[in-house]
Design a protein. Structure first.
Length: 229
């Protein structure tokens, strides 16, 4: 018999990686990363996963070194909490920005959205560094089983294979709209920013340079590092 509902290869063209846009996601893990351009700065990076895409979807291996763990059931991505890394700075108006305070403030916002603010309150004066605080969050996993509705923005770049990818981050809050919220909030009451590619995608820069002869050559410069799970 010929099946018209269980077609081999169906869904094979679906990207395994989340793209910029509005999504429902869950957090698999969290970590701090130091950007290559500033050894004193830190990014909060979430490894996230979208909804179950069904049997036709073939996601990345959960652990490429242990295939017995199976594959991710949804699209995945690494998402930075903010577009720019946290760092100590002083604004033009003289306001002092403290890296660690801003990280704790961002963790507070995330915990509120995940309805686990009690976890953060219980960590009061328990850690010497923000690194230890985030590591404890990663270990305790108060985010497990919870989902966020979000708007993912991205910096476009070209990977080593020549494909266009995105360095993802939550869209910046603006005028009462936010980059993420608890997914249990009714959709008609949602305050998550509506994705706009003109606003939320930063395209890779291109420039035209003179070449030999009369022709021109267009080159691209990346705005992010190669994406790896």
């Amino acid at each position: 018999m010929i099946s018209t509902t269980n077609i081999p290869g169906e869904g094979s063209g679906i990207p395994k990686v989340l793209q910029p846009g509005n999504h429902i996601i869950s957090i698999n893990s969290i970590k701090l990363e130091t950007p290559p351009y500033n050894k004193d700065a830190l990014n909060i990076v979430l490894n996230v996963e979208g909804p179950d895409m069904g049997d036709a979807f073939e996601g990345f291996w959960i652990n490429k070194d242990d295939e017995s763990l199976g594959r991710h059931k949804g699209q995945v991505a690494s998402v930075k909490m903010t577009q720019f890394a946290f760092s100590n700075a002083t604004t033009k108006t003289g306001t002092v920005i403290n890296r660690d305070v801003e990280i704790v403030r961002t963790m507070q916002s995330l915990c509120k959205a995940l309805n686990c603010i009690e976890w953060l309150q219980a960590q009061d004066n328990q850690h010497e560094t923000v690194t230890a605080l985030v590591e404890q969050f990663a270990t305790d996993k108060p985010f497990a089983g919870k989902q966020l509705r979000c708007c993912l923005a991205g910096n476009e770049y070209q990977n080593k294979q020549g494909y266009t990818n995105f360095d993802l981050h939550f869209a910046k809050s603006v005028k009462g709209s936010y980059g993420y919220e608890n997914a249990e909030v009714a959709e008609d009451l949602s305050k998550v920013i509506t994705f706009d590619p003109e606003t939320h995608i930063r395209r890779k820069k291109t420039e035209t340079v003179a070449s030999f002869g009369d022709s021109n050559v267009t080159t691209s410069s990346s705005v992010g590092s190669d994406f790896e799970l």
